[in-house]
Design a protein. Structure first.
Lengths: 425, 225
């Protein structure tokens, strides 16, 4: 699994050599070996709109323009690994087709020049834990999907499938012909066709970059079990109340979520051929819960997930958002040489001291510095990380704290890449 | 944190305060209900006990023993008991505890995030401030109108996204331009906020958590921190 997308059509010998060298740099970091130089990651989202001189809305809707701008950016900056740029940006048509309710995006709730934003709500009520636990698929079909995407509205009328048998099964499927169900099925098929187009533009872009010598960092994204329940089901405050009011059911659901989240991530990564699984981590920060709550509710199910991914031959890449300094000793407890830990605000030197012999590191140029600072300040920040982490033996993949902030002046991105090459040799 | 003018507490009252402070929601709510609905306790006294419980919660949060989940649950308990107690208040409430100052808070335009703002509002409230929360994605014009009408001592601008840097800068520039900066302080906060952003926006101070917000406000209104 460690050498994805070999023998790509149209890849010249030079491009292949460049591709292999770039990918090897990152894989050396993962294996805790010193790479030939400090690798650089590039993860732009709406920054591309600024870079390409188009609106955020166009970036989300116009596949061809987005691919062209993304290609221009990759070719200008020559990162060792880039993110699945099309997947992260050009989702507008797919979101619209499916009537997605958990995001507001340009033209749908936010202005044409604003990034999409997640709507934190209670998508599952506290009294629904039992339903979800007993029959997750039924809960998805009849309750969750219609709540989060309008194309599924009508699925509430689907029959409960477990228990159907023999002539009960024959009679039980009548609901599929009901007008609301029929309409929903038609909408979902249309939406699926759009998602297929979206996915093929992503595959097209990734293959083209591969042919030109540029590996994609990852294509599969997952979520920690705790964040899965907190962000997408219970909502932030609902989840915090559950730590007291529904503790046992929550723990049971977290255990169950590990299983299906793992199955999905492993299947997706194996199909893509890229071993890295990107996992943005939202609820781990020091300020969000006590060490005891972290070790009771957050970490155990996530650790199981990391081990499951590692056992499947994959490379988990959690992005630890905000400041996770107080978690470092706990999250150290994984097999060495198997993961990339991307840190947002955690002091990278401190992370290196605690985790340097266990994981590769990624990050973490400050978003405020990238957006409001000068190229000289960016240069100094890269130099600091190169000198105090990479050249001291840290297996650092240089990147911004969570990817390139949308408002970053292009000259600061240039300064970042120039400095990484200057100091990371 | 100032001493609450609680007077002497009975064992039962002390128990309520303790259960509230210890996140023992079921027992605390049940006891408060019994006191209010069966034993005819003075609703104002019960609310005072709630404040005493919240005082301890706030202190434990500041000391790093409690985190966001405890603040959220404390807020819930306060709301549940308040909803039972408030309709029982027969006479016009006597002397309300004097507020330390007024804070106007909102999430700047373009940003829809509210969790951090809500936590800050709650902590300011239980620490004795009068707080007016004007919501999320608040246009510059609305901030100006609200400040002009409410005359707060402190304005709090919240934002989670990096786009909030510019929205905060615009809002603060407009506050200056409208002549509304004099005699009041502006604090900013949110996941990406640091000294670089403070200096960029022209705010008086920044904070990364609710304790910072409370200490800043207390310092500014001249209250003991």
């Amino acid at each position: 699994m460690n050498e994805p997308l070999k023998n790509i059509q149209g890849q010249s010998p030079e491009a292949k050599a460049a591709y292999d060298a770039r990918w090897q740099r990152v894989m050396d970091c993962v294996a805790l070996k010193q790479p030939d130089r400090m690798p650089i990651g590039m993860q732009p989202t709406f920054w591309l709109a600024k870079y390409g001189g188009i609106s955020c809305r166009q970036l989300m809707y116009d596949y061809e323009t987005t691919k062209a701008i993304a290609e221009r950016a990759v070719l200008e900056f020559e990162p060792d690994v880039h993110s699945p740029i099309v997947l992260a940006t050009a989702s507008g048509n797919a979101l619209e087709a499916i009537g997605f309710k958990q995001l507001q995006w340009p033209g749908h709730g936010v202005g044409d020049n604003q990034p999409y934003q997640y709507i934190d709500r209670e998508y599952m009520k506290p009294e629904e834990y039992d339903d979800f636990l007993f029959d997750p698929t039924g809960f998805y079909l009849q309750k969750y999907l219609p709540r989060v995407a309008s194309a599924f509205e009508g699925f509430e009328e689907l029959p409960s499938l477990p228990g159907l048998h023999y002539f009960r099964l024959i009679g039980g499927i009548r609901a599929f012909a009901r007008p609301r169900v029929r309409e929903a099925l038609e909408k979902v098929i249309k939406a699926a066709e759009e998602v297929e187009r979206f996915a093929s533009h992503h595959a097209d872009f990734t293959q083209r970059m591969t042919a030109l010598g540029y590996p994609v960092s990852y294509t599969v994204t997952s979520v920690s079990p705790y964040d899965f329940v907190a962000d997408y089901f219970r909502g932030a405050t609902g989840m915090m109340k559950d730590l007291f009011r529904n503790k046992d059911k929550l723990l049971e659901l977290l255990d169950k979520a590990v299983v299906f989240l793992l199955r999905q991530a492993i299947a997706g990564a194996k199909a893509s051929g890229n071993p890295v699984v990107f996992i943005p981590v939202h609820w781990a920060p020091d300020a969000f819960m006590s060490p005891k709550q972290f070790e009771t509710f957050w970490w155990p199910s996530f650790r199981k997930m990391l081990i499951g991914l590692i056992d499947a031959g994959l490379i988990p890449m959690p992005m630890w958002e905000a400041d996770c300094t107080k978690r470092l000793e706990v999250i150290r407890d994984i097999p060495p040489g198997k993961c990339i830990y991307w840190f947002e605000r955690t002091d990278m030197v401190r992370a290196f001291e605690v985790l340097g012999d266990v994981v590769a590191l990624r990050g973490n140029l400050s978003p405020s510095m990238m957006t409001t600072g000068t190229p000289d300040e960016v240069d100094a920040a890269v130099r600091h990380l190169a000198e105090n982490v990479f050249h001291k033996g840290g297996k650092l993949i240089l990147d911004c704290a969570f990817g390139i902030p949308d408002e970053t002046p292009v000259e600061n991105v240039r300064a970042m890449f120039d400095a990484a090459r200057k100091y990371g040799g | 944190m100032g001493e609450m003018p609680m007077g002497k507490m009975t064992d039962q009252e002390r128990q309520l305060v303790e259960w509230l402070a210890d996140m023992n929601e079921d027992d605390a709510v049940e006891l408060a209900k019994r006191m209010l609905l069966e034993e005819g306790a003075d609703p104002l006294r019960v609310l005072e006990l709630c404040r005493a419980g919240m005082d301890i919660v706030g202190k434990r949060f500041e000391e790093g023993e409690y985190f966001l989940p405890e603040l959220v649950l404390a807020g819930e308990m306060l709301e549940t008991i308040g909803a039972i107690a408030k309709p029982l208040i027969k006479h016009a409430p006597g002397e309300e505890p004097k507020k330390l100052g007024k804070v106007l808070i909102g999430t700047v335009h373009g940003d829809l995030h509210d969790i951090g703002k809500n936590i800050v509002s709650f902590m300011l409230d239980i620490n004795g401030f009068e707080v007016k929360d004007i919501g999320v994605d608040v246009p510059v014009k609305t901030f100006i109108e609200e400040i002009d009408a409410y005359q707060p001592d402190v304005v709090g601008l919240s934002g989670f996204l990096t786009l909030a840097f510019d929205s905060m800068k615009e809002t603060i520039t407009a506050i200056d331009g409208a002549g509304l900066r004099e005699g009041r302080k502006i604090m900013i906060g949110g996941g990406q906020i640091d000294e670089t952003v403070r200096s960029y926006t022209g705010a008086d101070a920044f904070g990364t958590n609710a304790v910072d917000a409370v200490s800043l406000c207390k310092r500014w209104v001249g209250a003991a921190a």
